[in-house]
Write a protein that binds this ligand. Sequence first.
Ligand code: FO1
Length: 306
Amino acid sequence: MLAGGVGAARLLRGLYALVDPNALTVIVNTADDDEFYGLHVSPDVDTVLYSLAGLAPVKRGWGIAHDSFHCLSALEKYYGPAWFQLGDRDLATHLFRTDALRRGRTLTEVTHAQARALGVRCRVLPMSNERVRTFVRTREAGWLPFQRYLVHHSATETVVNIRFRGIRRARPTQAVVRALQNADWIFLPPSNPFVSLGPIFALPGIRALLAGKRRRVIAVSPIVAGEPVKGPLHKMLSGLGHEVSAYGAAKLLRPVAHFFALDRRDASEAPRIERLGMQPIVTEILLHSAERSRNLAATLLELTRP
Ligand code: FO1
């Protein structure tokens, strides 16, 4: 499965509950990564790991459930008000990662060590060991680093352009390429196709690999009833000239996915999606509970049965 943040983690916990973890590999976006207080924070990697380790807060999705923020309060005395909330236990993850990277370990190696320490049994692979950073250009405030736009600016501005800084020099890791080559099925979660899946697609060779396996790629709509499942996707779709609908998202994913799961509320869009050359699957895709995550995962796994 390819993964962005919270939407991906929710589908993933359903798959993780139903399939042999040894048969599951998660390829995670790292273009959301940023540095705070000299620490390397990798939000999507951590959201996936915490979620699979049963540490993620139920509603918020990111960080660690019931974490405290004493260290952040102390840091604010030196740095001023914090706009990015790093909990005490979460900070241990960023200290561990930053220390290991500084000692010359790759992000892939560090993530592997983290997964083991947290008892996560499937493979979690950062998309690249090289530095890629998402920047969005907003109509109102110009170019912004992604976390600043999403968290500090609460994603209020309209996005008119997106850039993945470093993408031309970055390579997907060997492990990522091999995992995709060997995958029987590939799941695209209800994540933002521009900024969560987009950086993975943009790595050299990945789009072609996915397009070559298109009939075995199952995507889940990140839009339900004209609203994003999570985050500012509607602002990006409209700002970049796309229709804000499940159909609009399907059209973006058509080159790489054959199956497209959409919500019952959007069932009327199924014929248009079919005309795109995709196979629509109308089902319940809002993943508000572990049970719903398992139900959607079970529905998607049905498609993979011979
Ligand atoms: N999202 C927020 O909206 N506010 C935060 O303060 C915040 C802190 C944070 C700390 C660690 C982490 O791993 C994720 C965090 N996120 C926060 C989530 C993150 O900004 C996004 O969910 C992802 O980058 C989008 O996939």
